[in-house]
Write a protein that binds this ligand. Structure first.
Ligand code: BEZ
Ligand code: FE
Length: 291
């Protein structure tokens, strides 16, 4: 029997394993496994784990898989807190100059949110601080884009999405789909979002605790913008005054996604918007879609 690269040894460990995969019919899989094998063996050689430590790592990975179900995806959370979700996102969405930047989708998107007329209020339970969000959707030449499907969702002012509080919040609370007209403009009513923790009652939450990291995401609104002939934009806008703006648990914040949340203390304007409190938050944010 031939031994192309000899028997396994500490020195040649990666080389021997990579050679064993030489008959792989998929060049991409062969490349991926070669890189991962090389880097993983390098990491193990640098760390020199004890057997107990390696078992602890395997138990962490086991628990990460075991907590997953149809709605709980702990592997994605693990990728998120490692910054890998944002790295994959960055590699796959290198925008031409001027295009709005992507960020993570997150686990709380719901596919069939109701379509609403411009100006509708996505807050169905009347709880939270009133807010008006408006702006334009343009191409990189500055031309308004008509027919953009804008899917919006956000947490309430206690930091929970409707799907996390079934029976407490109405279904589809703080979600809506809006379609831009020929002016490319959009506007809708909502409530000021609040920071919230990513699901932290599982292995990833324990890992964050052990690392001395908090599990919070800064206050944000989610958007998916789709238009014929343009790249789909999956993004957020963030409240720059949120206490967690510089330490997002999943690294989703980009400077270009910081919006201006202005407090409008004008009872006449508030009344014209149908708000009873006499004041509201106003956020103007323009999106640019790339081809
Ligand atoms: C979110 O913003 O909904 C989210 C993103 C990543 C992990 C958890 C939540
Ligand atoms: Fe979110």
């Amino acid at each position: 029997m031939t031994q192309e690269s000899g028997y396994f040894s500490e020195e040649k460990s990666a080389e021997v394993v990579i050679a064993r995969n030489a008959a792989c019919p998929s060049p991409r899989l062969a490349q991926v496994m070669e890189v991962i094998t090389r880097k993983l063996h390098e990491a193990v050689k640098e760390i020199e784990p004890t057997e107990a430590e390696w078992m602890q790592a395997l138990q962490f990975l086991t628990a990460t898989g075991q907590i997953c179900n149809d709605w709980r995806q702990e592997w994605i959370l693990f990728s998120d807190v490692l910054g890998v979700s944002m790295l994959v996102d960055a590699i796959n969405h290198r925008k031409p100059d001027g295009g709005s930047e992507n960020t993570v989708l997150g686990p709380f998107h719901v596919a069939n949110a109701p379509q609403m007329p411009m100006g509708a209020n996505i807050c169905l339970d009347g709880k939270g601080e009133d807010m008006v969000v408006s702006g334009s959707v343009r191409d990189t030449e500055g031309r308004p884009i008509a027919g953009v499907r804008m899917d919006v969702w956000q947490a309430n002012d206690e930091g929970f999405y409707d799907v996390q509080q079934k029976g407490i919040q109405p279904d589809f609370n703080l979600r809506g789909v809006f379609i831009t007209g020929s002016d490319g403009r959009y506007w809708f009513k909502a409530v000021k979002p609040k920071f919230y923790p990513i699901p932290d009652d599982g292995p990833v939450g324990k890992l964050l605790g052990a690392l001395g990291r908090h599990p919070y995401r800064p206050a944000h609104l989610h958007f998916i913008l789709q238009a014929e002939g343009f790249q789909t934009l999956t993004t957020h806008i963030f409240d720059p005054d949120c206490r967690y703006i510089s330490s997002d648990a999943v690294f989703g914040v980009k400077e270009s996604l910081l919006a201006d949340f202005r407090k409008i203390e004008d009872p006449a304007q508030a009344e014209a918007m149908g708000f009873k409190s006499g004041w509201f938050w106003a956020v103007d944010y323009d999106f640019v879609l790339a081809h």
